[in-house]
Design a protein around this ligand. Structure first.
Ligand code: S3P
Length: 434
């Protein structure tokens, strides 16, 4: 794709971001395991979430499309899943792979998980090791770290486990396994990661307790899902928050976006940089069927300054780091971000993908093992950018071109459909081109 950046964009727009990806995955997991049928409104029909839908269909759950934004899931109960006919293909979806490993460890049948090239390179040992402590029988390639992973389901026992890295995917896999395990499963996190699993399980009446960084779940006989609405994804809205902040005289009202505090690190950091951002909570957590607060975010173009970001802030903004690197490259002064090495383990090595693309555009940045220093420049120069088959790298590249002056080419944007199939349409809507 070719983009000629005009710089100095100006707009005043309303926008509803696509549904939250993390919550969409969990909505299918937990409604499938419930003993009733539920409707999921505003489900994210992106490739990643469809990997979860297809996996549960292969495990014997009836999931029907009601319309282009809603699903009906006829839950089979915690013990109602059936052995799939063949290997379970999970596409590009790390969330599906990690969470389903926890679930399948406790079933009465054997499964083999496979994925695309990117997923086949992503570490699974982080879930396999603690699940083995619970008694799971799991084998993977490359010293039990990579897909294909073979899981022989069986009886599990609760453990107390300290997560070496703050990962919501690992925490969720263990909580799901913990619902089937004898006794209590207690998980300690180094820093708070997103807590959508805990909120949804609480809403569906599982026996779960959260005390700061400690989460405890006990054996669960049944969960009861209810009809739910999935709020918009702050990680998808993040691209347009950046576009608005970096444009001139612009305003963007983002409607019905999830305001879960474990996902708002990006907003906190941008406000510290001088970003004019107002957050208006419209539905409080206790008013939502899944304990997820949501509302509107109003963004106004701003002059931004470099700041320091501490490693404990990272889990609350892990997926927004690539777009933050772009923003920091155009802010005044220096930004120093600690604790970014987890980015190397995403759909692609996002430290490398950002370094290659931003440096190509003239950005000044230095990386050591776990930290990144970015010195702000005035504007980017024309460049050829690479999506690295990674949806977030692709979308950052488009925003970079739009806020610049010059000619940009970006390869292969097909990967955007992993999380945000309508991204280019929303660019046009927000800029007033259609
Ligand atoms: C996710 C957790 C995060 C995030 C990913 C979605 C989730 O991964 O990067 O996009 O839905 O639980 P980690 O748990 O590996 O940090």
């Amino acid at each position: 794709m070719k983009i000629t950046g005009k710089s100095g964009l100006s707009f005043d727009s309303y926008y509803s971001p696509p549904a939250d990806k993390s919550i969409s995955h969990r909505s299918v997991f937990f409604s499938s395991l419930s003993s009733n049928a539920v409707k999921i409104r505003n489900f994210l029909f992106s490739e990643d979430c469809l990997s979860t839908v297809k996996a549960f269909q292969a495990l014997g759950v009836n999931i029907d499309l009601i319309d282009e934004r809603s699903l009906e899931v006829s839950g089979v109960g915690l013990k109602g899943l059936k052995a799939p006919l063949g290997e379970l293909y999970l596409g590009n979806s790390g969330t599906t792979a990690r969470l389903i490993t926890g679930l399948l460890s406790a079933q009465s049948f054997e499964t083999v998980l496979i994925g695309d090239n990117s997923l086949s390179r992503r570490p699974m040992a982080r879930v396999i090791q603690p699940l083995r402590l619970m008694g799971a029988d799991i084998r993977g390639e490359d010293n039990d770290n990579l897909l294909p992973v073979r899981i022989k389901g069986g009886k599990l026992k609760g453990v107390e486990y300290e997560l070496p890295v703050a990962s919501a995917q690992v925490k969720s896999a263990l909580l799901i396994a913990g619902m089937y395990a004898k006794g209590k499963t207690i998980i300690h996190e180094p820093f708070k990661s997103r807590d959508h699993t805990e909120r949804m399980l609480k809403a569906f009446e599982a026996d779960i307790k959260i005390e700061g960084l400690k989460t405890e779940i006990s054996f669960v006989k049944q969960i009861t899902a209810q009809d739910m609405f999935i709020p918009g994804d702050i990680s998808s809205a993040a691209f347009f928050i950046a576009l608005c902040l970096l444009s001139s005289d612009s305003r963007l009202v983002i409607k019905n976006v999830g305001l879960n505090p474990t996902r708002l690190g990006f907003i906190d950091v941008l406000k510290r940089m001088g970003g004019e951002i107002e957050v208006v909570c419209k539905v409080k957590e206790e008013e939502s069927e899944i304990y997820e607060p949501y509302g509107d975010i109003i963004v106004t173009s701003s002059t931004l300054n470099g700041i320091n970001v501490k490693k404990e802030e990272i889990p609350r903004m892990i997926d927004e780091l690539p777009i933050l690197f772009l923003i920091a490259s155009l802010a005044k002064g220096e930004t120093y971000i600690e604790g970014v090495s987890e980015l190397r383990l995403k759909e692609t090595d996002r430290i490398n993908s950002m370094l290659v693309n931003l440096k190509n555009m003239g950005a000044e940045m230095e990386v050591d093992i776990d930290n990144i220093k970015i010195r702000g420049i005035k504007r980017f120069k024309s460049a050829s950018l690479c999506a690295f088959s990674d949806h977030r790298t692709a979308m950052v590249s488009i925003i970079a071109a739009l806020v610049s002056k010059g000619d940009f080419s970006i390869d292969n944007l097909d990967c955007i459909k992993i999380s945000y199939p309508d991204f280019l349409l929303d660019v046009q809507k927000i800029l007033g081109d259609i």
